[in-house]
Design a protein around this ligand. Structure first.
Ligand code: SAM
Ligand code: SF4
Length: 359
């Protein structure tokens, strides 16, 4: 049964700071878009993780990772390139002891910082991170022990509850979002997590799980057996619409939800994601999203050779990738579709950015 939300009221002490961050992001976004530059640097800061999620395609404890100076160089280069936003994920970013210093570098360089975390260590690490994060995305695939089981971390949900309560009235509280990955392992989860997101004062983002990646030889999908079948995705889209309709803070646009309900394979979009998002893997590989096995460049080598991140955008293969991606519909998550619509300056996305700036 759906519980009805109470009115979501932003904490007044944080409203001014949030509007300032939103305006900074919107201004940077417009400038980057007009110059045809990426609007997001997506950085997998580590492959290491303390959890054990069966859906995860990115955890890799063996990957060598970039050193502190190279990551700081990367963030300053991104800002020089006019990229307005940094998204830090992994692996579990809180496992990097230099994370607060690196996020401080990013903020000083002018980037709006988003951090995605499973949240296990937030209680301990927040004093160092506080003030360096604009948007905090907490992963939440279910509630209570069901979430703990999905992550292989007993006590995780309790920790998330304690953390969100502890920052509730903090004037330096970042914008909070919850991210729920939909798979066969958590059918109907949106109904359970929506009241939690609402109680935490967080927006609720969800994505149908990715099952693999594009490689030179074609799509490799090792996790296909865990993904929801078309009927499950349609049910999720309908449920999301109902929850959004009664006031839960779902972030997905109606356009995305309509499309997911009509065509769960999501084949009707033109992908601009690699134009809009520059992705750097934990080992410094700059991702070619259509050939993930062959990086476009390596950040550490570029730095050692006296190059700049701007050089990557001039590589012929980069240009090829952004063109070829326009004919690819392998991805089905809202961030890929919605960033593509934003790149094309479509109305629903401009309205969504406007709402994000205002709240
Ligand atoms: C790979 S994790 C890295 C950050 C951090 N360790 C965490 O879990 O939040 C980033 C996000 O991807 C989500 N995720 C995990 N498996 C996924 C999949 N197969 N498809 C899409 N998202 C997935 C996670 O739940 C998380 O919200
Ligand atoms: S917590 Fe994040 S990085 Fe770790 S296994 Fe889960 S999804 Fe992957």
């Amino acid at each position: 049964m759906i519980q009805w939300p109470s009115t979501v009221r932003p904490h007044s002490s944080t409203v001014v700071a949030k509007v300032r961050v939103g305006s900074r992001f919107a201004g940077g976004l417009v400038r980057a878009r007009l110059r045809g530059r990426p609007v997001i640097l997506s950085h997998l800061i580590t492959g290491r993780c303390n959890a054990d999620c069966p859906t995860c395609l990115w955890r890799d404890d063996a990957t060598r990772e970039l050193d502190t100076d190279t990551v700081a160089w990367l963030y300053r280069q991104a800002a020089d390139l006019g990229i307005p936003q940094l998204v830090v994920w992994g692996g579990e970013p809180l496992l990097r002891s230099d994370l607060p210093a690196l996020l401080a570098v990013a903020r000083e360089a002018g980037l709006v910082v988003t951090l995605i975390t499973n949240g296990w260590s937030l209680g301990e690490r927040w004093p160092e991170l506080r003030g360096h994060v604009d948007v905090l995305i907490l992963s939440l695939d279910d509630t209570g022990e069901a979430h703990d089981r999905l992550r292989g971390l007993p006590g995780l949900f309790r920790r998330l509850e304690a953390f969100t309560a502890s920052v509730r009235d903090d004037p330096a509280r970042p914008k909070l979002l919850v991210n729920t990955v939909l798979s066969r392992l958590n059918r109907g989860a949106l109904r359970r997590v929506a009241p939690v997101a609402e109680r935490w004062g967080a927006g609720l983002y969800f994505c149908p799980m990715e099952t693999g990646r594009m490689e030179t030889s074609g799509f490799a999908g090792p996790l296909a057996s865990l993904s929801l079948e078309p009927r499950g995705l349609r049910d999720a889209a309908r449920l999301a619409k109902v929850l959004k309709g009664v006031g839960y803070p779902l972030m997905a646009t109606d356009r995305y939800l309509d499309l997911l309900e009509k065509d769960p394979a999501l084949t009707a979009y033109t992908c601009r994601a690699p134009r809009a998002i520059l992705t750097v893997e934990a080992d410094g590989a700059v991702r070619d999203c259509l050939r993930r096995d062959v990086p476009l460049a390596r950040v550490d080598q570029l730095r050692a050779a006296g190059g700049r991140m701007a050089d990557v955008l001039a590589i012929p293969r980069y240009q090829q990738m952004v063109k070829s991606a326009e004919r690819c519909t392998a991805c089905n998550n809202p961030d890929v579709l919605e960033i593509s619509w934003l790149w094309d300056l479509e109305r629903q996305m401009l309205e969504k950015v406007g709402r994000l700036v205002a709240t």
